[in-house]
Design a binder for this molecule. Structure first.
Ligand SMILES: C[S@@+](CC[C@H](N)C(=O)[O-])C[C@H]1O[C@@H](n2cnc3c(N)ncnc32)[C@H](O)[C@@H]1O
Length: 239
């Protein structure tokens, strides 16, 4: 099994669900409380990981997951056969599907996009009029230059709050919520649970997966403590 999928499964075991974003189902509930969710008919969850969010949203409206990690997509398709999953990069969304969506969600994946503005442009090409976009992710007051995931080649780009309109254009920003407390509490909780179950987690997922997740989350906490990193929920809409 690859190192990256092992890390996802380790986190899923700690969280007892196929989620790798802070506060799991509570974060999804909080995000959809910002919009008229009951009116939604076709949802795209970008960077869907192990598929827990897709399964949760799909209970209300048809939901498709998109992820560039084929192992995560294979797992999601096996685990949630009633949901639809597309394998590919968000940058290629217009080639990957002809469908349009009235809600797009991105939970803890936007930070990994090399060109966030281009991703927003591409996603707008599959949006309907008044489509909502909900992005739940790390934030920083200005461009963040460190990568806190040392074993990961993908970028670490928290949402730069001083450029949020430019990054999300052509989407219109409706609201930005500060969810730093949700991020902080969640990571503190995970570190506590990891320490309490170290031997079981190492046995199930390997020492390397344990060490890299523990080290990354410790670095995240250091940056939350210093105030250089936070969490945000961005609600944007296509006019
Ligand atoms: C931290 S995981 C979050 C997964 C899921 N949203 C959740 O909260 O459980 C980030 C996911 O984004 C995916 N990802 C990163 N960049 C991507 C891109 N450019 N296109 C599609 N998926 C991407 C990764 O493969 C990974 O599965």
């Amino acid at each position: 099994m690859s190192h990256f999928i092992q890390k996802k499964h380790l986190l899923a075991e700690i969280r007892q669900g196929d989620f790798t974003h802070p506060e799991d189902r509570k974060a999804v509930d909080f995000a959809i409380s910002k919009i008229d969710f009951s009116a939604k008919q076709n949802i795209l969850d970008v960077g869907s990981g192990l598929g827990g969010t897709v399964d949760m949203l799909n209970q209300q409206a048809r939901t498709t997951g998109l992820d560039q990690d084929i192992k995560a997509i294979d797992y999601s398709r096996r685990q949630y056969p009633h949901c639809r999953f597309i394998h590919g990069d968000v940058a290629d969304i217009r080639q990957l599907t002809q469908e349009t969506y009235d809600l797009m969600t991105i939970f803890s994946a936007f930070y990994a996009f090399p060109d966030q503005h281009q991703a927003c442009i591409e996603l707008s090409g599959r949006a309907r009029p008044k489509t909502d976009l909900l992005v739940f992710d790390y934030s920083s007051n200005s461009r963040f230059t460190k990568n806190l995931f040392h074993d990961d080649d993908s970028p670490f780009n928290p949402v730069a709050l001083d450029r949020v309109e430019a990054i999300f254009s052509p989407w219109t920003i409706k609201q930005v919520d500060d969810v730093t407390d949700m991020f902080y509490g969640s990571y503190q909780n995970i570190l506590n649970r990891m320490e309490a179950s170290q031997s079981t987690l190492c046995h199930n997922h390997g020492q390397r997966a344990y060490d890299t997740v523990y080290d990354s989350f410790t670095r995240l906490m250091t940056n939350f403590d210093a105030g250089t990193l936070g969490g945000c929920l961005v609600h944007a809409q296509i006019e």
